[in-house]
Design a protein around this ligand. Structure first.
Ligand code: AHG
Ligand code: MN
Ligand code: MN
Length: 330
């Protein structure tokens, strides 16, 4: 077995100079949560974890049992360690304060505990997305303001993909690195070092079911991606319906994922804080770009926890092209 590099060893050897333990241990905590969620996701169908929980979240979306389980695992593994001052989750309307009985730390964790959860019962890849900020003010740390930061201020971001294998991909600002969970060892082992987007994109990913609700500029953009109207591209279309799975495939093979504004969803569907911004941080590290169709996702400061934003993310020239089409149509 060639040199076995566990995620713990890699984090320690590559931690940013400012990290003094807390940050490194926080990444360990997230890796442990990923193992616990993976164990449930990989046995879904054998245990009572499939299906709907019979409740809905702040987004008005049907919660799946695994949504709630994943949210609770992350919260319980991270709320008492003294590394965080506050958390924010897709599954929670307001911020998740650190209980009084526990010490407050210097970091903020924002997360989508289970992305693509409508696909669980179909055994299609789902994921967890997370971002880590520093608290803004030590004395007042733990407030909503600590969560409402632009993606540019992230100190780390990543995702876990519960697919054919369980993969944890993260960046602390020095490249994007992937670790595959070895179920026999119970360890995440380095499997994808320094991931960079390929020079030639291969796929575009959008839900064509909403085609009639796209703007004129998006209609033209998709024709351009398909190699029509004189475009030199001719990309294949792949759409899984799990953001993390679609993002990961495009990260490895090259391409663009987008969830645009729709007539009935003027801000699109995806959330800025814990879906778009962490992935925008990662794609920038991998040589790509993420935009809301007008400007960089990383420059947008959230005004609320669950703020939605149109998302175009992947190969820089493909994403800049939609900004061009949008400018032309204004
Ligand atoms: P979540 O399960 O966290 O709510 O996210 C679901 C999102 C995202 O994973 C995916 O890209 C998108 O929903 C798919 O939406 P459509 O089914 O409308 O295409
Ligand atoms: Mn999601
Ligand atoms: Mn989710």
């Amino acid at each position: 077995m060639e040199n076995l590099v566990t995620i713990e060893r890699f984090i320690l050897e590559n931690q940013p100079e400012y990290a003094v333990g807390d940050f490194t241990y926080l990444l360990y905590d997230i890796a442990l949560a990923a193992k616990a969620i993976s164990a449930k996701a990989n046995r879904a169908g054998l245990i009572d974890i499939l299906g709907r929980a019979g409740t809905s979240n702040v987004q008005g979306e049907q919660q799946q049992k695994l949504d709630i389980y994943a949210d609770q695992v992350i919260r319980r593994l991270c709320d008492h360690t003294g590394r965080l001052c506050v958390m924010a989750s897709e599954e929670n309307e307001s911020i998740i304060p650190i209980p009084e009985k526990y010490p407050k730390g210097r970091y903020v964790l924002v997360y989508d505990p289970l992305d693509g959860s409508s696909n669980i019962d179909a055994n299609v890849g789902t994921g967890t997305i997370f971002g880590i900020f520093r608290c803004k003010d030590w004395e007042t740390r733990g407030r909503l303001e600590d969560c409402l930061q632009p993606g540019r201020d992230l100190v780390a971001a990543g995702y876990v993909l519960y697919g054919t294998s369980t993969l944890l991909v993260y960046s602390t600002g020095s490249g994007v690195h992937g670790f595959t969970l070895d179920p026999q060892l119970g360890e995440f082992l380095l499997s994808h070092k320094a991931i960079m987007l390929p020079a030639q994109p291969k796929y575009y990913s959008v839900n064509h079911g909403y085609q009639s609700k796209w703007s004129v500029s998006i209609q033209k953009y998709v024709r351009w991606l398909q190699g029509r109207d004189g475009s030199t591209f001719g990309l294949s279309e792949r759409y899984i319906g799990s953001l993390v799975a679609d993002f990961h495939r495009n990260l490895l093979d090259g391409g663009v994922f987008f969830y645009p504004a729709l007539d009935h969803k003027p801000a699109g569907k995806l959330r800025l804080l814990y879906e778009a911004a962490p992935l925008a941080f990662l794609i920038k590290q991998a040589g790509g770009y993420a935009s809301d169709g007008e400007r960089a996702i990383l420059d947008i400061t959230p005004t609320s926890l669950h703020q939605r934003v149109p998302l175009f993310i992947g190969d820089r020239k493909l994403v800049e092209q939609v900004e061009y089409f949008n400018r032309r149509e204004r």
